[in-house]
Design a protein around this ligand. Sequence first.
Ligand SMILES: NC(=O)c1ccc[n+]([C@@H]2O[C@H](COP(=O)([O-])OP(=O)(O)OC[C@H]3O[C@@H](n4cnc5c(N)ncnc54)[C@H](OP(=O)(O)O)[C@@H]3O)[C@@H](O)[C@H]2O)c1
Length: 181
Amino acid sequence: MTTGHVFIAQSLDGYIARPDGAIDWLMSIDTAGEDHGYHDFISTIDCIVMGRGTFEMALSFELWPYDKPVIVVSSTLSSADIADHLRDKVRVSHAAPRDLMMELSRDGFHRAYVDGGKVIQSFLRDGLIQDMVITTIPVLLGAGRPLFGDVHRDIHMKHISSRSFPSGLVQSTYNVDVTVS
Ligand SMILES: NC(=O)c1ccc[n+]([C@@H]2O[C@H](COP(=O)([O-])OP(=O)(O)OC[C@H]3O[C@@H](n4cnc5c(N)ncnc54)[C@H](OP(=O)(O)O)[C@@H]3O)[C@@H](O)[C@H]2O)c1
């Protein structure tokens, strides 16, 4: 089955966006000259699975930011909601996480970048995330959209590595123990 992989930034208090979805706090840190590994990561990825919230954020960018096929999971969007210029890049799926990963596997996708807090949470609960690279930004937001949420049982991680950057970003990589999830 297609495996899920996370590469995401969070505030020190665990949020990936402000309550209204804004990520200005991510852009306000001076990280000039630092390579946080996104390009190496994305080069290993075959497709991107994202929630409607993350899709809506991506639509606000001046240019479409992805050069891999994007699957938007949503119960409210349909393919008719995808703008013409994105039709060959984006499709909407109503499938449940495990069904979607089986479908992607049949389509020949091996590794999916799973993005968006709620979607990551549901894929984690279903044991569909293999590893996570989490970059922590040294800022407290006080409120926002959380990276993690409810779990039905403990989900154990194996810590692989951590590194820090002059900007203060701290990046940790974990393998998810899917045998207990
Ligand atoms: N810090 C970062 O690195 C980073 C990365 C990515 C995104 N973001 C930010 O995070 C925000 C989006 O994250 P989010 O947690 O609010 O939303 P999200 O996970 O991107 O999207 C959640 C939505 O996806 C749909 N969905 C369909 N199947 C689902 C499933 N199995 N599990 C969960 N959701 C499912 C639902 O919408 P329907 O009602 O349509 O079904 C749900 O409300 C944006 O503001 C974006 O700016 C930050």
